[in-house]
Design a protein around this ligand. Structure first.
Ligand code: SF4
Length: 292
């Protein structure tokens, strides 16, 4: 992958980003990192096929760099935790590996439990609206991997460092996260269920490797549905937003002053395809959608 520096960021940042590029399994061997395994097979396959043509800008890696910085701090501070290790195991003929780069397995004497924590920089919205499902899958896969490598895991949790947290908002709104760090316990799935999930994911990735098109799901594409906003005439903010036009219409006719409202259609979008997917230019599914 070619790295650019379009914003002319200082050279030490460029060097740091290059030095902290992903160090997980790449290439044609049947090895999967946990992140790759839970991710869409189509992305993984297109990355393999177009690795030398992909371009990424240093500015897009800043939060990943912050994650690496956090890992360095954790590795120095936490003497009782497993950090900075790549664990792996073989399942169904493939190797699955995971790096405890932003993870810690700690012995919590208060709870008498071994707790696997995943440290992440995240938005406050993720605490308000709920953790993304892939965070929970990722934690469970790490717990499974740790267990396969002889560690005991009793509980899993996300430790979110909220990068857009605002103290003023916390003071004025009790439903807003009250601290800049949120510790969110997650459900620990039975190991057999996680292993079954791993085998299913390997099967999907195998199909993509064999040349079959494994299209991304709406969930993979972070699909935001089309919405209908009831607007008071002249206002820029919606009074209420609905997923169906008829619901918006019915509500507006009952609750809004006659002749003083309108319904604005907000187009749905595949957020990942449009803004975050590194292989969108090479993706047949995306290109077909653009062509209509
Ligand atoms: S562009 Fe969208 S559909 Fe294509 S691989 Fe990326 S996420 Fe999947």
């Amino acid at each position: 992958m070619l790295m650019t520096n379009r914003l002319n960021l200082p050279q030490p940042i460029v060097d740091a980003v290059k030095a902290h590029r992903y160090d997980g399994p790449t290439g044609q061997d049947e090895r999967y990192s946990v992140t790759t395994l839970i991710g869409p097979p189509q992305i993984a396959q297109l990355v393999r096929q177009h690795e030398n043509e992909l371009v990424e800008d240093v500015s897009e890696r800043i939060w990943a760099l912050m994650g690496s910085a956090m890992h360095e701090i954790l590795a120095k501070a936490n003497t009782n935790a497993i950090v900075e290790q790549r664990l792996e195991t073989r399942v169904d003929g493939a190797v699955v590996s995971g790096a405890f780069d932003r993870m810690a397995l700690i012995e919590d004497s208060r709870r008498k439990a071994f707790v696997l924590q995943d440290y992440k920089f995240a938005s406050v919205w993720e605490v308000i609206y709920g953790t993304k499902p892939e965070r929970i899958q990722q934690l469970n896969l790490y717990a499974w991997l740790a267990t396969c490598n002889g560690y005991k895991v009793d509980a899993i949790e996300n430790v979110m460092l909220l990068r857009d947290w605002k103290m003023r908002e916390a003071k004025n709104n009790h439903e807003y996260p009250q601290q800049q760090v949120a510790v969110i316990p997650q459900p620990l799935a039975p190991l057999e269920d996680t292993e079954e999930f791993v085998v299913e994911r390997i099967a999907l990735h195998r199909r993509a490797r064999a040349g079959e098109t494994v299209e991304c799901t709406d969930e993979d594409r972070w699909m935001k549905p089309e919405q209908f906003a009831v607007m008071k005439t002249g206002n820029k903010r919606a009074t209420k937003v609905f997923n169906a036009h008829n619901e918006a219409f019915d509500w507006a006719t009952t609750n809004m002053p006659a002749g003083k409202w309108e319904i604005e259609t907000r187009r749905g979008e595949a957020v990942r395809c449009e803004s975050y997917c590194p292989v969108a230019d090479f993706c047949p599914q995306r290109q077909k959608e653009i062509r209509g």
